[in-house]
Structure formats: C-alpha cells, structure tokens
Ligand binder design. Structure first.
Ligand code: SF4
Ligand code: SF4
Length: 383
C-alpha cells in the first residue's frame, strides 16, 4: 500500500453460518492489514439500537461480533461488547437477549450498555455544531475500539455505517440536540463533531444482511453478502455506500462533512480496496430511503425539507397513549397529557422521525408528502 492510501478489506460472506463468518472476517482483517493489540481489553462498539432480532437487520449480527471477538481473544485480549440503545430501551436484559449479544458473554467476553460507567462532557474548538458532547466514559477511556457497524439506509443521514455508528457513544441529551435541526447538513456536522472526539482504531462492517428502504429501524433486510474492514472509518463507509449504489459518496452530507474535516479520503483514488474489485461491490436494485432530500443539492436541502420529507402521522387506533413519542421528541413538539393521545405541534416539528422510530406499536406512522407520493414510493414498516 502506498503511504497516502487508505486500505479497505472486503470479503464475500453469503450467510451467518459461524464457520463462514469466521473465515470471511479473518480474510477481511488480513486484507485490511489489521493490527490488533495484544494482552489488553478491546471495546467492540456494536450497533444495538433496539431489542430487535438479528434477522431484522437493525443491529450488528451476533455471529459477526463472535468472529471479531475470536480474532481479538486469539491475541490475548479480553473483549467488551457494548452500545447505547435508542432513547427508550432501558431494559438491558431484554436488549441483550433480543439482539443475541447477551448469549456471547463468557469468561473473556463482557456485554453491556456503553454508558453504564457514566458520561463525560467534551468540548472541542474544532466542533462546528455542538458546544458540548456528553460521551460514554467507557468509550473515551478504551485503549482500543473496534467499531462493529451494521450497513443500513437511514431516513435522515442516508447511510448508517461506521461514522454514524459512533453516534451511539453519546448520551440521550446529546443525541437529541443533534437531531433538533431541520437541516440534514447540520445533523451531518453534529455527528461528525461526535466522531472526531475519539475515532475508533478499527472498523468492521456487517454487510452480510444489510437494510434497505426506510432504515435504520423500519427498512427491510436485504442480503448483500459482504464483510468490510479497515482502520479508516470514512474509507470503509466509502466502500459500504458503493454496495448501496449511492454513486458519489461525497454527495451524502454525512460523508461530505467527514471528508471536509480531513479524517479520511476525499477521493476514491485514495482508497485501496483489497479482496474485491470496486465493480464487484454494488447490490443491484438496492432501495434507498423514501426521503427525496438526497435529490436536492445540499444548499437547497433546508428549503426542500418542508416539501419532500416524511412527517409523523398518528394512527389513534394503534396508540396505547404511552407517551414515549413525547419523551423522545428532541424539540418538544409532541404533547402527551396523561391518558390522552399525543398532539403534534406541526410548526415546531423538525421531521426527524425519532417518534416514529421509537413508537412501540407503530401508531406513530410516517405520512408521505405530495412529492414523495408522486414519486410512487411507499413506506412499509417492517416491524
Ligand atoms: S404514538 Fe406511539 S409512542 Fe406515542 S403515545 Fe401512541 S403508542 Fe405511545
Ligand atoms: S414530532 Fe416526531 S418527527 Fe417531529 S420533531 Fe418531534 S420526534 Fe421529530
């Protein structure tokens, strides 16, 4: 590898058969030139967004985590697998059991919630959006972090992979702050503020079963059959967005924001893909999110937000009046008086769809705007 190139390893993996995953993961690490530490504790920052079964493709698959752990333990390390779940999932046992992560626990592997040792406030002059970010102390203090991301579409950031996965290291208040703007670009810069605090030492992407459509929670699983790996998160995300057929990754606001901070490649020629050819990666017919924002140039997206983004729509017949939507809304646009249905203050709503993501019954559905309807796209919640 020439000095200025970012190395990304790619390996085909058609299923979550443990032996196949082990071999593919080992190959991807080797192709990526992985240098794992020896004799310490390694934090595997997984994606454990919700208590969702592995076949829903919401979370990093436990067989991927098992294979990463195995490679890490071979070097004499112990492993801690952890994440902060979505705002409302406070039942740790349910989360660990449903995602299959809890079953990985052993003498050498601990599993748990990332912020169970508390959070620390971080301020950086280089922040472009946030004044302060409150980040898991366990993550900040880890000697070596492997970022184990799931490849998913995302209704706001378009791609959820390595850089977006680090969003989960922040506490609820910080994540709400990031979501509180109408601008997709501001969210992208805020997530990048979080990422630069403490970039992971290594990244692995579970793209065996990805998510297409309206991710990160309500899209559909889509078999893509790859494991990606590399030391540079932006370079790995570049390859991941190629699998999703996103064209020029620098048109995705999150990747553009990350590239503008100088944390990775600014051009495909700066990436060396090992184990596959670029033309082998794309998954034909991969469905992107319903949001049409990506059709607009970045500088028009703030204006276009009102016309082309999805908005929450309450289906009262499915609402159990639990009030969760009101608690997760980052801008307090939902009022939920006890025992009553929630009421959305439309002018205040920034259409982040956090209420939709976290509603336990699907009662907070998404409504299509006129342009999305004209585009003939459909939103079909998958769980
Ligand atoms: S819309 Fe969903 S989250 Fe909100 S009160 Fe009803 S059931 Fe609860
Ligand atoms: S009402 Fe829902 S979509 Fe609107 S800002 Fe609040 S959480 Fe986001």
């Amino acid at each position: 590898m020439s000095a200025e190139k970012y190395l990304v390893g790619a390996a085909r993996c058609e299923s979550y058969d443990p032996r196949e995953v082990e071999l593919a993961l080992s190959l991807a690490l080797r192709k990526a030139g992985a240098r794992l530490p020896e004799g310490g504790e390694v934090l595997i920052k997984t994606n454990m967004l919700a208590p969702s079964a592995p076949d829903k493709a919401v979370t990093t698959h436990p067989e991927i985590l098992r294979a990463i752990s195995r490679e890490t333990i071979k070097k004499g390390n112990s492993v801690h697998i952890a994440d902060n779940p979505g705002y409302i999932f406070s039942d740790k046992n349910n989360l660990l059991n449903a995602t299959g992560v809890g079953a990985l626990a052993s003498d050498s592997i601990k599993t748990g919630i990332l912020s169970d040792l508390g959070v620390r406030g971080i301020r950086r002059d280089s922040f472009r959006v946030l004044e302060e970010a409150r980040i898991s102390s366990r993550y900040l203090d880890a000697a070596f972090v492997i970022n184990a991301a799931k490849l998913k579409t995302h209704v706001e950031t378009e791609v959820s992979c390595c850089i977006k996965n680090i969003f989960g290291t922040a506490d609820t208040a910080t994540r709400k702050k990031c979501h509180s703007s109408r601008s997709q670009s501001v969210l992208a810069e805020a997530i990048t503020d979080l990422f630069i605090i403490r970039p992971p030492e290594f990244n692995v992407v579970d793209a065996v079963l990805a998510m297409e459509g309206d991710g990160p929670s309500y899209g559909k699983p889509r078999k893509t059959g790859w494991i990606l790996a590399g030391a540079n998160a932006l370079a790995v995300d570049w390859a991941a967005s190629t699998i999703m057929c996103y064209g020029n990754p620098l048109k995705i606001p999150l990747m553009k924001a990350a590239a503008s901070r100088g944390i990775g490649p600014k051009d495909k020629s700066q990436i060396e893909l090992a184990g596959a050819a670029w033309e082998d990666l794309p998954s034909v017919g991969f469905k992107k999110s319903t949001s049409l924002l990506r059709l607009f140039p970045t500088f028009l997206r703030g204006w276009a937000h009102s016309f082309v983004t999805l908005r929450p729509e309450l289906k009262t017949e499915e609402c159990i009046r639990c009030g969760i939507c009101g608690r997760v809304c980052p801008v307090d646009a939902i009022k939920c008086p006890p025992g009553e249905y929630p009421a959305i203050n439309r002018p205040s709503c920034v259409k982040c769809l956090c209420c939709h993501e976290m509603c336990p019954t699907g009662a907070m559905a998404v409504g299509r705007n006129l342009l999305a309807s004209l585009a003939g796209r459909q939103h079909r919640p998958s769980r």
